[in-house]
Design a protein around this ligand. Sequence first.
Ligand code: ZN
Ligand code: ZN
Length: 255
Amino acid sequence: MELVDTHCHIHLADYGVNPDEAIRDAQADGVTRLLCVGTTFDDSRDAVEFVANRKNCWASIGLHPHEGKQYAGQSNLLDEFAALVNQPKVVAIGECGLDYYYNHSPKAEQRSIFEFQLHLAQQYDLPLIFHVREAFKDFWTIVDQYKSLRGVVHSFTATTKELEGVLSRGFYVGLNGIMTFTKDDRQLEAAKNVPLDRLLLETDAPFLTPVPFRGKICQPKHVRNVAEFLAELRNEELTALATATTRNAKALFNL
Ligand SMILES: [Zn+2]
Ligand SMILES: [Zn+2]
């Protein structure tokens, strides 16, 4: 059985586990490929360097909506960031989007750097990794101005209503350990309704450790626990879930 962790941050310097051991442990558990996702310019550069000499690891470069106030209008910085797109093994743009839950940056700045990244993705025909929290209305207003975008709404925790918006635009849905510990039945209902050909698995390691490992550092190998939980929830064979989600990940990110 083969699984893909489509969203992790194990390249972080302060990741609490030896990342090469984490990769080995993941491989041993069938998690054969992983995608390291950037959230700032420096962090994206770190992700690119991290994956350069590591087999079956790829990078996504992104400016998180929290970072809006650092980058909005900083054209030199944005150009340097955009230049990373030409580095080897960069397969996506993100995480990018809108986060109105924390509002660490004003909405206008979040929107500005989000649109910069949408342009970049379009220019280089790369898929996007979207981070959307309590912001779907504005998210769709922006995204719908762009033609032929591909991507995944990562860490999806909204309801079936938002899910319909994601699916109608042909985007994928990324689910992670939150599903194993959420108390919100609407989130689980939405997770049941994601068609198998639109589903991606992720950990968001080091965050969001799934049950039964709460309190430990999340690792890419835990994508297997997410897969097992979802197979049970959705009443599917684990192997069928693994096969489909791996096929989806390879197709979207060209792994
Ligand atoms: Zn995120
Ligand atoms: Zn993340």
